[in-house]
Design a protein around this ligand. Structure first.
Ligand code: 4AD
Ligand code: MG
Length: 462
């Protein structure tokens, strides 16, 4: 007999038919005559109620059906007599796949703290909240590929192990097979990487952008979607040391085109979530964040403010506010500044452009003023920076002088610089932090709760 997924069974129930479902017991209640089991198989936030006539089953079997146990149930789908569901299954056969020790199963009672569930990340998918979050995460990943595929962008797989530091922030994890107890040194007292696996110093990538640019300057429009790694010691609700990033890169796009794409893209994703994940969103709106649906609709239906960094700094310096971090032209904006602009001043998403070149990466296109670059950061309510991007410097001489000024290792970037010698073109791109997007779409407040197994300083469990 074919197994039904509970989602499909509830969507178009054929009352009177014989069905087979398999899943994990969420709750069991009842008395010595009749037992009610709420069963969930992960396909939907909704459970199916299984009604068991206790007299018809082995007493020991029923005893073993506790919260967390895995069972297969055959029976007739009938209209429910009780409240809360339209249909239920009158069980005729139950097979117990896996018992769940009632004493030690961590998810017994309701209302566990997020910290507790993080420590039990191997089981937290079984809660309503995390089931909803990870179904939405999947839907967003799918929608990202659909969006770009429909627009004719190519999915480019950029390397995870690299010899270059795209952001130049020195926040990279080493990749090595050297024996850490016997590190070979050269005459100048630094590590001799010639005997290492790649014969040179390598790291986990912080961004696929540089390789993405090579793709865009041949294939036209590409995007990457992969894991990126940053060894920054930031213990905040918005930083991971392993996170996923989506990086579109487009030939012939200037900064305005880049902003248009970013805005259209995130709105598409929000719309997709509203159209395809409503049950999960409604649950999160009720249980996690009462303003979630309103905020999603608001962002969808309003255009983003676009202004320069310089204008933003003016707003911040004249704001009636005590800042923890000082504001001033030339200083990077902190989360408190970004969130003030978005949540209090404009009350909508903001795209800031033309940042001082000294606080941005080497590859950004330099403006004629000699001070700023064609950067753009998209700032979101509750999140702060969700996207960072720019128009790229396509001029060979300007790029090279910037690389030298910033003391970037020119010899490791020869292939990147080469593209400015052979058919260079105006081009732009950006990076969307996937987990920051999921934070926004789910209303969750800690980034550790929107990736299955978070990696943060001093934490690599599971
Ligand atoms: O602003 P970032 O550092 O930009 C880049 O890496 C560019 N190479 C992107 C590009 O132009 N192709 O990072 C981009 C986004 C941020 O806006 C943020 O959403 C996310 O990546 N991000 C992080 N997310 C979680 N944890 C971290 N530690 C993050 N660092 C950046
Ligand atoms: Mg950034």
């Amino acid at each position: 007999m074919k197994r039904f997924k509970i989602k499909n069974l509830l969507k178009s129930p054929v009352v009177g038919s014989e069905v087979l479902v398999k899943g994990w017991v969420r709750t069991k209640r009842g008395n010595k005559n009749i037992v009610f089991i709420a069963l969930n198989d992960g396909s939907t936030i909704n459970n199916i109620q299984v009604v068991v006539d206790a007299a018809a089953f082995d007493e020991n079997l029923l005893k073993d059906i506790t919260t967390g146990a895995c069972v297969a149930v055959k029976g007739k789908l009938v209209e429910s007599q009780g409240q809360g569901q339209h249909v239920e299954i009158n069980a005729s056969e139950i097979e117990l796949y896996g018992k769940s020790d009632a004493e030690t199963y961590p998810l017994q009672k309701k209302g566990h703290s997020m910290e507790f569930l993080r420590e039990n990340a191997h089981l937290r998918f079984r809660t309503n909240t995390f089931g909803a979050v990870f179904r939405i995460r999947h839907a967003m990943a799918f929608a990202i590929h659909k969006y770009f595929n429909d627009k004719g962008f190519y999915y480019l797989h950029t390397p995870i192990i690299t010899g270059s530091d795209c952001e130049g922030a020195g926040e990279m994890f080493h990749v090595t097979t050297l024996d850490l107890k016997k590190i070979p040194m050269n005459e100048t007292g630094s590590v001799d990487f010639r005997t290492d696996f790649y014969g040179k110093e390598t790291h986990l990538t912080v961004s696929g952008q540089l390789e993405g640019e090579l793709g865009a300057l041949s294939l036209g429009e590409i995007y990457t979607f992969g894991p990126t790694f940053r060894a920054e010691n930031s213990n905040t609700p918005r930083h991971l040391s392993e996170f996923w990033m989506i990086e579109p890169e487009m030939a012939f796009y200037e900064l305005e085109d880049n902003m248009d794409l970013a805005e259209e893209f995130v709105k598409y994703l929000i719309k997709y979530a509203l159209e395809n994940c409503m049950e999960d969103l409604e649950f999160l709106n009720n249980m996690i964040d009462k303003g979630l649906l309103e905020r999603l609709n608001f962002v969808l239906n309003n255009s983003f403010v676009r202004m320069t960094y310089t204008e933003a700094v003016k707003i911040l310096t004249t704001a009636d506010r005590k800042w923890e971090y000082a504001v001033g032209w030339g200083r990077d904006l902190q989360a408190e500044h970004e969130r003030y602009l978005v949540e209090e001043h404009f009350k909508r998403p903001v795209i800031l452009t033309d940042y001082p070149r000294d606080i941005k990466a080497f590859y950004m296109k330099q403006n004629a003023d000699g001070k700023t670059v064609r950067a753009m950061d998209v700032l979101f309510p509750g999140i702060g920076e969700i996207i960072g991007g720019s128009q790229r410097e396509e001029d060979y001489d300007k790029l090279l002088s910037r690389i030298k000024e910033m003391k970037m290792p020119e010899k490791d970037l020869w292939w990147y610089i080469d593209t400015r010698r052979f058919g260079s073109a105006p081009h732009s791109g950006f990076g969307l932090g996937f987990e920051r997007l999921i934070l926004f779409v789910t209303g969750m407040s800690n980034i550790r709760d929107v990736i299955p197994f978070p990696r943060t300083p001093k934490n690599a469990e599971f």
